[in-house]
Design a protein around this ligand. Structure first.
Ligand code: PGA
Length: 242
């Protein structure tokens, strides 16, 4: 039997309420079978997704509940029954200038509340062109996972997302993806014994390339941006796992 990959949708700041209602209604009448699907809408829509799949947030505050206008804490997410949260996405690293030190704090805040962090790492185009991919990813992992214990490491999902592949329609070749995913798995094995972290690929995954990507055995799932906001695209990707 084919092993189904985990499908995680990062819906970013797409979709107004009407779009969400129509998307959720399509999801309600769709049978995703036993394929694990986690969707991460913006905070304001989290509740709409509860009945159709597992739900994740796209960000979490650095601090516990308190005077932090505009922020949402791990405790608040947990009180809403949210079990997953993206951290360290390249858009936040870039636009919000989020640092590896902050990402590390956020991962710890999430783990304290039993929320699975979905940590994103990946290189820029010029870093890949200069053969720096593994160096960059190792540096991110070292800092983002600082002081994360053996007990907790398996609770984290890691997404390899080459920054140049996000939203561009470009993807690395299957063997390049396999190489980097295997590098991450091996790196984690040198730090933690018998580790079994779930590794995703993200960056321009769509209904157009998923059948080809599905043949990469080292990839446990996908983190999907744009295509996760369109029901037809997402359901095609989910169906390809059945
Ligand atoms: P994309 O985004 O699928 O639209 O390239 C992926 C992501 O940013 O997680």
């Amino acid at each position: 039997m084919k092993m189904s990959k985990i499908i995680i949708g990062n819906q970013k700041m797409y979709m107004d309420k009407e779009d969400v209602l129509s998307f959720v209604s399509d999801m309600k009448s769709y049978d995703k079978g036993s394929v694990p699907v986690i969707l991460c809408p913006t905070f304001v829509y989290l509740d709409y997704y509860k009945d159709v799949c597992k739900v994740g947030a796209q960000n979490v505050a650095l601090n516990d509940n308190g005077s932090y206008t505009g922020e949402v804490s791990a405790s608040q997410l947990s009180s809403l029954g949210i079990n997953y949260c993206i951290v360290g996405h390249s858009e936040r690293r870039n636009f919000q200038k989020e640092t590896d030190e902050e990402i590390n704090i956020k991962i710890k805040k999430l783990l304290e509340r039993n929320i699975v962090p979905i940590l994103c790492v990946g290189e820029k185009k010029e870093e890949r062109d200069n053969n720096l991919t593994e160096i960059i990813i190792k540096k991110e992992l070292e800092q983002d996972l600082k002081d994360i214990t053996r007990d907790n490491i398996d609770k984290i999902i890691i997404a390899y997302e080459p920054i140049w592949a996000i939203g561009t329609g470009l993807t690395p070749t299957n063997s390049e993806i396999d190489e980097t995913i295997t590098f991450i798995k091996n790196y984690l094995k040198t730090i933690y014994r018998d580790v079994n972290v779930t590794l995703l690929y993200g960056g321009s995954v769509s209904e157009k390339n998923v059948d080809e990507l599905n043949s990469i055995n080292s990839v446990d799932g996908y983190l999907i941006g744009g295509a996760s906001t369109k029901f037809a695209s997402l359901s095609y990707i989910i169906d390809s796992q059945k």
